[in-house]
Design a protein around this ligand. Structure first.
Ligand code: HEM
Length: 425
């Protein structure tokens, strides 16, 4: 198509309007967020992101994608309230059809890609919760897929959703190329305003917009986010109400046998694990210890520590909800963990020792070494401190979420700081 005569172009330009301000704002906001999420999505799945940032990138990707979904609903409502200005008069029927097809395909992808992302998260074996803007008070629900289908179907669905999410996201780039080619053709070949219709430049008259349109579009945006957040809040409240009362599952506070009575009030058993660039501290509140130990008779020393796995907790909104679950400790099936130490030897420094034995956790019994210090203070009380590293993956923990330890450390450092008095005192 050749350039239109300048006299005609002047006439058409006068009748030519730019998009409404709302349409322009929504167009550029959505375009920027989509481009950011395509770039972010490719980078976060590339394996090149440092461990400390990878988890956070996924979380921001989800938030940006959900914002695109809500803004797209707003954009569609805006468009219904304010139909877009007419196509350029120079366009052939074929060109207008092609332009309309590209626009419809954009809307389809703007809805489909975020929805597929949401489906990926919902069907994933990793049950990482979604919080908008990573704010704990803004939980976004997963769709009920895992609960509804068998494990084989879940795996197939996850693969299909992942594949479609990725390739439809990349299809945005193909559409963008066509979209830009159309705009460049209007500007250079037809010599008609093109980019200026979607900006405030070019001196074009503004298409009038309906006064109610901002309210309708805002209502659409808010409705999408509010619906998700309300369901998310209800699900979180429901989970809290149905999770077992760990305080009730406690064992007696003191040792039952052995030559020491551990004062649990004055003792602490816990652990740390690295997660997304920070160190998380976990607590173990229900446990009991049965200890026989004397520095002069290491050959007779032994210790059995029993932990109620339901009492193990981590104060973190992402990791916390999964501690007891299928990819965590599976507390329903394995309510107790048991540490049995029977091989004690002296360490290099005075008061330091090494105990060897086994740890049974989540149905696995594996060897463990526990270095510790033992100090008897004046009133006969003993202070015992130690720390042991365990590999969570060896016990099958977190294998669905993060088997390689890319954001949840593989090594968990269990530490104890105990105060005990001799039994019979
Ligand atoms: C405008 C919206 C979105 C765009 C353009 C987008 C784009 C992308 C891209 C390009 C990838 C990389 C795919 C790959 O290379 O494997 C990706 C991955 C991913 N996206 Fe999105 N995304 C959007 C919205 C969402 C939403 C709303 C969610 C979830 C609520 C989400 C969850 C994910 C997840 C979990 C992955 C990783 C999948 C995997 O491990 O292969 N995305 N996204």
């Amino acid at each position: 198509m050749s350039a239109i005569p300048q006299s005609d172009a002047r006439e058409w330009r006068a009748a030519y309007t730019r998009y409404t301000t709302g349409a322009i704002l929504l167009h550029w906001a959505i375009a920027l967020l989509i481009l950011a999420n395509i770039a972010g999505g490719l980078v976060m799945t590339s394996g090149l992101v440092a461990e400390d940032y990878s988890f956070g990138m996924y979380q921001w990707h989800k938030t940006i994608g959900l914002l695109v979904l809500a803004l797209t609903v707003a954009r569609i409502l805006w468009r219904i309230a304010n139909p877009p200005p007419a196509h350029a008069p120079t366009m052939t029927r074929g060109e207008t059809l092609a332009a309309s097809a590209v626009h419809i395909a954009f809307y389809a992808l703007m809805l489909a890609v975020p929805l597929l992302g949401w489906l990926v998260v919902s069907a994933s074996a990793a049950q990482v919760p979604t919080y908008l803007f990573m704010i704990d008070a803004l939980p976004w629900p997963s769709l009920p897929i895992r609960e509804a289908v068998s494990e084989t179907t879940r795996e197939s669905l996850e693969a299909v959703f992942e594949f479609s999410h990725k390739w439809l996201a990349l299809a945005f780039l193909g559409l963008l190329a066509l979209h830009i080619a159309g705009a460049v053709k209007h500007a250079l070949v037809d010599r008609l305003p093109s980019l200026s219709r979607m900006t405030h430049g070019g001196g074009l008259a503004r298409q009038p917009s309906r006064p109610a349109a901002p309210f309708i579009a805002a209502a659409g945006f808010v409705a999408v986010l509010a619906a998700g957040l309300l369901i998310g809040q209800a699900k979180t409240a429901n989970q809290a109400a149905t999770s077992p009362d760990v305080s009730a599952s406690g064992e007696p506070a003191q040792a039952q046998a052995g030559n020491w009575i551990v004062d649990r009030e004055a003792s602490r058993l816990g652990f740390t694990v690295s997660f997304s660039g920070k160190s998380l501290t976990g607590t173990i509140s229900a446990w009991s210890a049965d200890v026989t130990f004397s520095p002069d008779a290491l050959e007779d020393a032994n210790a059995i520590v029993t932990v109620q796995t339901g009492s193990i907790a981590v104060e973190d909104s992402f990791v916390g909800p999964q501690v007891q679950g299928a990819d965590g400790l599976k507390s329903d099936e394995f309510p107790q963990a048991r540490l049995v130490l029977s091989d004690f030897s002296g360490g290099a420094a005075a008061g330091s020792y090494l105990a060897k034995g086994t740890l049974t956790l989540r149905g696995e019994t594996l060897p463990i070494e526990v270095p510790f210090t033992f100090e008897e203070v004046e009133d006969g009380t003993a202070m015992v401190k130690g720390r042991a590293e365990i590999d969570r993956t060896a016990y099958g923990i977190g294998l669905s979420n993060d088997p390689g330890g890319s954001y949840l450390g593989k090594s968990v450092a269990v530490s104890f700081d105990l105060k005990a008095r001799p039994s019979g005192t």
